[in-house]
Design a protein around this ligand. Structure first.
Ligand code: PLP
Length: 412
């Protein structure tokens, strides 16, 4: 196992988190290359008999080292901004494997994507079709497009991360999609290459995804009869991971359900997972600053905070918190909180732990939507990031300095 205790000390692959804290300081994100590779391998194996492409959803964790690893493994990328496009190109991505998603692409971002030669722009409205058509016309090119269709299916996940229902802001309504494709087929500066959907995140079972894919397959069949051929069907991401004790169907079952719903269809199958590739490949390493008690409540005040890991404050998300050194100290029930001046600044609540001032803790499942959502709130420099590969630990993002935080500011 990549994050396991050896001689009573929690390690990332073969490097102890003690040593990482000594070398790089805390708070610090630590990723395991082997775990990312094995998660990607799970998708590749499940898809080996099918013309398919895995496009890693960059927003989950956009560190260049992670992106470069994905590119070397053969992954494509699902991006949502011009910034992410620049990142994946810097990391060595093949533009022919880049999908550009998102509801609010600016004209400048569309131009940047067309110049880079991305595989597909996933359109989310009729207005966006008009904008893409006019940008492509100005450049004298043809924009490869797909519509992100909203299949109106409940992914049975947290309301903040459900995206595939009629009232969500994402995608075009299923009932209007055929008309939009006909309209796009008459636009001289766009070329239809696919259809897509993404119904939500942290799905535990494949049934909602299978239902959505079945709707895409039937739409693809109708488009084909109308003379509109597609190169790919993009079923999105959203495969869940285990944070606590959730029962998550294995990747192979999600993929099998998609393949079944697509039986008879020849288009390339695209998946764009984020969390399932990196979520359990990272931990946030933090040190206990103070142990305190307010009335009946006990707190471990640690040096990581909501600006480093927002998910508990934002979604009430549960992350496992474990000691780096196993110890026999007296256990008590603690809230694990950071130094930020907000009551929502907690990493975990009500955990039975034995910890003293100066001890190291690891917050698990912190590889996805963790560093990527971090901020400088309270003028806190962002944490360092470290990638472990076997017995080597390498800094992949330096800890920010306070001077960097206000370097762009001017006193008039
Ligand atoms: C966020 C997103 C994903 C990835 O979601 P995960 O739950 O991390 O797998 C995939 N596709 C699109 C279009 C997204 O917006």
């Amino acid at each position: 196992m990549a994050f396991a205790y050896r001689g009573g000390v929690l390690c990332a692959e073969q490097v102890s988190l003690d040593e990482i804290a000594r070398r790089f300081g805390t708070p610090c994100y630590v990723y395991s290359r082997a775990l990312i590779e094995s998660a990607y391998g799970g998708f590749a194996r499940a898809l080996r008999r099918r013309d398919a492409l895995v496009c890693y959803s960059v927003k989950a964790n956009s560190n260049l080292a992670v992106l470069a690893l994905m590119a070397r493994l053969g992954a494509g990328f699902d991006i949502v901004s011009g910034g992410e496009l620049a990142r994946v190109l810097a990391a060595g991505a093949d533009p022919a494997k880049i999908l550009f998603s998102g509801v609010g692409k600016s004209a400048a971002e569309i131009e940047q994507a067309l110049r880079a030669g991305v595989r597909c722009l996933n359109l989310e409205s009729e207005a966006e079709l008009a904008r893409v058509d006019s940008v492509a016309a100005r450049l004298g090119s043809r924009a490869p497009i797909a519509f992100r269709v909203n299949p109106d299916i409940d992914a049975k996940t947290h309301a903040y991360i459900s995206t595939g229902m009629r009232h969500d802001k994402f995608g075009v309504p299923y009932g209007e999609s055929e008309r939009l494709y006909r309209e796009a087929s008459r636009s001289p500066h766009v070329q239809i290459v696919g259809i897509g959907c993404h119904i939500g995140s942290q799905m535990l079972q494949p049934a909602p995804l299978a239902a959505a894919v079945a709707r895409l397959a039937s739409l693809a069949a109708r488009l084909e009869r109308a003379g509109i051929a597609l190169r790919h069907i993009d079923v999105g991401g959203g495969l869940g991971i285990r944070y606590r004790n959730e029962r998550v169907a294995p990747v192979g079952r999600f993929v099998a359900s998609c393949l079944k719903a697509l039986r008879g269809r020849k288009e390339t199958l695209i998946l764009d997972p984020g969390r399932a590739l990196v979520g359990n490949a990272g931990v946030l390493l933090t040190r206990v600053e103070y142990v305190k008690r307010n009335g009946a409540r006990r707190f471990l005040v640690v040096d990581a905070a909501m600006n480093d890991l927002l998910r508990p404050a934002l979604y009430g998300a549960w992350h496992d918190v474990v000691p780096v050194r196993k110890n026999r100290g007296r256990r008590a029930v603690y809230d694990v909180v950071g130094p930020v001046c907000e009551s929502a600044d907690f990493l975990a609540r009500g955990r039975r732990l034995a910890a003293r001032e100066g001890d190291l803790l690891a917050v698990r499942s912190a590889g996805a939507y963790a560093m990527a959502m971090s901020s400088n709130y309270n003028s806190r420099p962002r944490a360092a990031e470290v990638m472990v590969d076997g017995d080597k630990a390498q800094l992949v993002r330096s800890r920010e300095t306070v001077e960097q935080l206000f370097a762009l500011e001017r006193i008039p």
